[in-house]
Write a protein that binds this ligand. Structure first.
Ligand SMILES: [Zn+2]
Length: 265
């Protein structure tokens, strides 16, 4: 099983979709609980939602394995991303709702975690790095868009309902001046609620690769399921809703490309 799929485009934009994977290796699967096998915390269908981006010249990096195997948007050393809040770790042991992922005594030990880092985490990150390098060589700069989606309400992780479109730039540390605001203005072009650097300021991928001084600009988009899919199992894609959301997402990606063109003109 491949660890990810990569589609290359010729624009400065790279989309990373680290949590869309639904594959669990068979030897892992039989150690996991029925709750785990529902894969409830997957960023469902995000590749399908953004498929149009290829027509804009975007490259797309798409994970194949479930975040329950390893969370690609956490640092390798598993440092806490949101101090003071409930943590979902590098090799999580619980679902977002706090249900156990492993049967009694089947949790991964440190050696297994290390093996997963080498087998799954490193190849994905090496590919992000290589693609950003390739894009920069061609365009002089690169824009990384880390694409996510989540249930509208996850009481254990945040209070109340999320905004529809949650952009994060680690309080503008991960991109050049004005890029976050340009994306936010585009996110507000439809009828969806949107926010920049609210509950989600960007995870490891955004924070690690966003280095404006090195001409790499990163932004995370966390959007809520209800605007393009069913929020309950079996988590079906809803084309009617998605087709309404996609023009707004297109505006966001276009705003990033326009920002880059102006910033580097
Ligand atoms: Zn995600």
């Amino acid at each position: 099983m491949k660890r990810f799929n990569l589609v290359r485009g010729d624009s400065p934009l790279l989309l990373s979709i680290p949590h869309m994977g639904t594959f669990l290796p068979p030897d892992l699967k039989h150690r996991m609980t029925p709750e785990a096998l529902r894969l409830s915390d997957t960023d469902w269908h995000v590749d399908k939602l953004y498929w149009f981006a290829q027509g804009m010249g975007a490259s797309m990096l798409m994970a194949t394995h479930s975040r329950y195997v390893i969370d690609l948007n956490r640092p390798q050393d598993d440092q806490h991303l949101y101090p003071g809040q409930v943590k979902t770790g590098l090799c999580p042991l619980e679902t977002f709702d706090g249900e156990k992922l492993y049967r009694e005594g089947e949790e991964p030990d440190d050696i297994e975690k290390l093996n997963r880092i080498v087998a799954y985490w490193q190849p994905y990150h090496e590919t992000i790095e290589a693609e950003l390098k390739r894009i920069k060589e061609r365009h002089g700069y690169a824009i990384l868009y880390d694409a996510h989606s989540i249930r509208t309400e996850v009481p254990r992780l945040f209070d109340g309902k999320l905004w529809d479109l949650n952009l994060g730039t680690a309080h503008n540390k991960t991109c050049g001046a004005g890029m976050g605001e340009a994306a936010l203005a585009a996110a507000a072009s439809g009828s969806y609620s949107s926010i920049l650097n609210g509950r989600f300021v960007g995870g490891h991928i955004t924070r690690n690769y966003g280095q404006p001084e090195k001409n790499i600009h990163a932004i995370q988009m966390e959007l809520t399921w209800g605007n393009y899919m069913d929020e309950t199992s079996p988590y079906l894609y809803r084309p009617d809703k998605a087709e309404k959301l996609q023009p707004v997402l297109r505006n966001v990606l276009q705003a990033l490309l326009d920002w880059g063109r102006q910033a580097y003109a």
